[in-house]
Design a protein around this ligand. Structure first.
Ligand code: ADP
Ligand code: ZN
Length: 749
């Protein structure tokens, strides 16, 4: 390539325009597509990414770049192409996409390598010299002796610890010219201290072998491979297929990305991958949200430089800068946490499919409960379908029992939390020394505080939701307080009703904290622990609870979705779903889908060992289809009826949706802006798009802002995105009105 004299860049700030700059001769060698540069912009300077190299530029008053940031280009042309697709599809600026594509430490390049001091001998030193020194400075002599034995440079801190000598002694030796200290970059590896037991490929069963063949064939001719949907019941050995597919990709000189939901990125998961590829621990990079800036910097470079060849991570790992990508695995592809809820509002599974297309690599989407979108793609031939119907070793699917809470309630009031049947089942497991998981997707002790006189609930002043009562809570809330789960607002529990002044307050609704306390009361001899965002504020607490559960020190584990995913405990033979109706009554067209998925996933935690499992599903709506289909492990039946419903109502996968949220601290202004926007959209959008009136969002008020929703549906999503963008760019909104566009929305509140 000829030396660039002009470049086009995207500045980190949202100016919706690409700019040209001149490259001075002295910097030309170091600039290419994907480089980061510092450029003058207006009267300041800013960082930017080079998107193309030009021979000439028509720009007037062109200015020179100031510096090149970092060494090598950090974005490939293919990643730039991906960025442009995300910007167009998700209706957001390219600058916003860049922010997600490149971690902040890499964009800014202000955090560098960690430097450490290493010691090494200056020259060959004989015994005589050491003895001479010993007379005057015995400690220096001792250290010199240790240094002279070193084969390779050693970290100064380690050497001093080993010899129990101090830094002063070392400095004295350096001054005498007998030792040398040198600063060297070291890699921060958060897993460096862990040992991984090497594992090798298992002998796959028939179904696995067929599924694996789909993947390896695709790896052989990736140019025309379709995405593969791996639909395998929980415990059917999907992970084994991922592992062997990755091995195949590596063997052919390619690299691989494995996406897992953040919540499943547990030590257990990491261990499985690091263990299988233990021959080179460095080969596996792990990206998760708990990394420090320094660790993130090092992992990123480990990947970018090609030292790491496998990346495991949550959502944003789909942007891992691997070269020669052969395979992307998206585990639990139905998980809604793959959707980013702030701009760019991308869905990592869909981005993975597009990245695979751009880079001509294979993509495998795995799930026990595929999303309706993906399964529809598989049945219409857009994706290939591989199916695992059996659990490994023909273990039985757990027996699902539905408990009708309406009947239980007639018997006694407390039954609304633990039905008699579930209680008896727990008692039975305790006797047999087997373990139980109780699941409830709601934190806290009581979910509202009501006045039995006037009926007023204690609501959050900033959001339109009731405050949750937490009896004990280590985190921000403080014990025995009311708190808002949306904005974090907390309040003391009033003695009397602030509305009517009567001493008539009652607690209503219940969360995991109350379940834990009731279970502990009913089974005083059992060890009960809770696992949710309140009790697991420290990473260590999480590991410790899991360890104790695995080693049998805990009999009953109560928790939120934190315990629903990916965990594998052989001795759990009972799972209780405390309230299966929670998701069903949300105003969301995916409510049924979520309930089916949740029940199936949670049930998958039972009976993963020798004894088969049993699941109790407590519900007030025992005949709702998602519950009935989940009960019979009937994915096909559920899929068919859900698909019919979606088609009838023009919802995905038949139509794409765009949700526009208009919000403002002033209700009238939000409403007015939403109405203006809809009027403008009506003029522009043809009849092929379905555009509703603006409506107050189900969650009308959030963090002090009033919210209005506009839902648009249609098939030609790229065009719809473009039209929406154009309309928004032209409309002047009042300063305190914010408009957010969500393409393929998952959060409809
Ligand atoms: P999934 O990801 O579908 O839930 P896993 O891959 O976790 O299932 O497999 C469940 C268990 O079965 C794991 O302990 C795994 O090691 C084991 N397993 C998977 N495949 C085989 C096989 N072919 N032979 C023996 N054990 C297997
Ligand atoms: Zn609030």
């Amino acid at each position: 390539m000829s030396k660039p004299s002009f470049i086009r860049v995207i500045i980190d700030r949202a100016i919706h325009r690409e700019l040209d700059y001149l490259v001075p001769e002295t910097l030309a060698e170091r600039v290419g597509v994907g480089s980061r540069v510092r450029v003058p912009f207006r009267d300041k300077s800013g960082l930017a990414t080079v998107v193309s190299v030009l021979e000439r530029s028509e720009a007037k008053g062109i200015r020179s770049i100031e510096a090149v940031v970092g060494e090598a280009p950090i974005l490939s042309g293919q990643m730039l192409e991906l960025a442009r697709w995300i910007s167009a599809y998700y209706c957001c600026s390219i600058e916003t996409v860049m922010r997600s594509l490149l971690p902040q430490v890499i964009r800014r390049a202000e955090v560098g390598w960690k430097k450490q001091l290493f010691v090494r001998p200056v020259r060959k030193i004989d015994n005589e010299e050491i003895e001479k020194l010993r007379k005057r400075a015995p400690r220096q002599a001792e250290l010199l002796e240790a240094i002279s034995r070193l084969g390779t440079p050693m970290r100064a801190a380690d050497l001093l610890r080993q010899t129990s000598l101090d830094n002063q002694t070392l400095r004295a030796l350096v001054r005498r010219g007998l030792a040398e200290l040198r600063e060297e970059a070291v890699v921060r590896d958060p897993h460096a201290d862990e040992q991984f037991i090497a594992t090798s490929n298992l002998v796959v069963n028939n179904e696995q072998s067929l599924a694996l063949r789909e993947v390896t064939q695709a790896l052989d001719s990736p140019e025309n491979a379709r995405p593969i949907l791996l639909h395998g019941v929980t415990g059917s050995g999907k992970t084994e297929i991922y592992l062997q597919a990755i091995r195949a990709a590596l063997d052919s000189g390619r690299t691989a990305i494995v996406l897992v939901p953040e919540i499943s990125l547990t030590p257990q998961t990491v261990e499985r991958f690091k263990g299988r590829f233990a021959e080179a621990q460095d080969a596996v990079a792990v990206l998760h949200s708990h990394l420090s800036q320094g660790e993130r910097h090092d992992e990123w470079h480990k990947i970018h430089s090609g030292r790491a060849r496998i990346v495991i991570g949550a959502r944003s790992a789909v942007f891992a800068p691997l070269k020669n990508l052969g395979l992307i695995v998206v585990d639990e592809e139905h998980e809604t946490t793959y959707k980013q809820e702030e701009a760019p509002r991308y869905h990592a599974r869909d981005v993975a499919v597009v990245r695979a297309k751009i880079e001509k690599c294979v993509v495998v989407l795995g799930s026990a409960t595929p999303s309706l979108e993906s399964y529809h793609n598989a049945t219409t031939g857009k994706y290939r379908l591989a199916t695992l119907t059996q659990r490994i070793d023909e273990k039985q699917m757990p027996l699902m029992r539905i408990v009708d809470l309406r009947q239980e309630r007639r018997k006694e009031k407390a039954a609304a939390i633990l039905s008699e049947k579930l209680r008896a089942a727990i008692a039975d497991r305790l006797e047999k020394r087997e373990q139980t998981i109780l699941f409830l997707n709601r934190r806290g002790f009581s979910t509202s505080l009501l006045c039995s006189n006037c009926g007023e609930a204690r609501n959050c002043p900033n959001c339109s939701v009731a405050l949750t009562f937490h009896r004990q809570s280590p985190k921000a809330f403080g014990a025995g307080r009311l708190s808002c789960h949306l904005c974090g607002h907390t309040a003391a529990v009033p003695k009397k009703c602030p509305a009517c002044g009567r001493d008539a307050l009652i607690y209503a609704g219940f969360g995991t904290e109350k379940v834990e306390s009731i279970v502990a009361q009913i089974f005083p001899k059992a060890t009960v622990r809770r696992m949710d965002a309140d009790s697991m504020t420290r990473k260590e607490a999480y590991r410790e609870t899991l360890r104790n559960f695995r080693t049998g020190k805990i009999d009953i584990l109560v928790g939120t979705q934190m315990i629903a995913k990916g965990l594998h405990f052989p001795n759990v033979t009972l799972v209780g779903i405390i309230n299966a109706d929670l998701a069903l009554h949300l105003p969301d067209f995916r409510a049924g889908e979520r309930t089916f998925q949740l029940l199936t996933q949670v049930a998958g935690r039972a009976g993963r060992g020798e004894t088969s499992g049993e699941v109790f599903v407590q519900t007030y709506t025992p005949f709702s289809p998602s519950i009935q289909f989940a009960r019979h492990h009937d994915f096909a039946g559920y899929f068919q009826q859900e698909l019919e419903f979606r088609e009838r109502c023009d919802f995905p996968p038949f139509k794409h949706a765009i949700l526009i949220t208009v919000r403002s601290p002033h209700e009238a202004r939000a409403k007015f802006s939403a109405e203006t926007l809809v009027r403008r959209l009506r003029e522009l959008l043809g009849s092929e798009f379905i555009l509703g009136d603006p409506t107050p969002a189900p969650l009308e008020k959030l963090q002090g802002q009033f919210r209005f929703h506009i839902l648009i549906r249609g098939e030609a999503i790229m065009r719809l995105s473009r039209l929406a963008r154009e309309t928004l760019d032209k409309l002047p909104f009042p300063e305190d009105v914010t408009v957010a566009v969500d393409v393929d929305p998952y959060q409809l509140l």
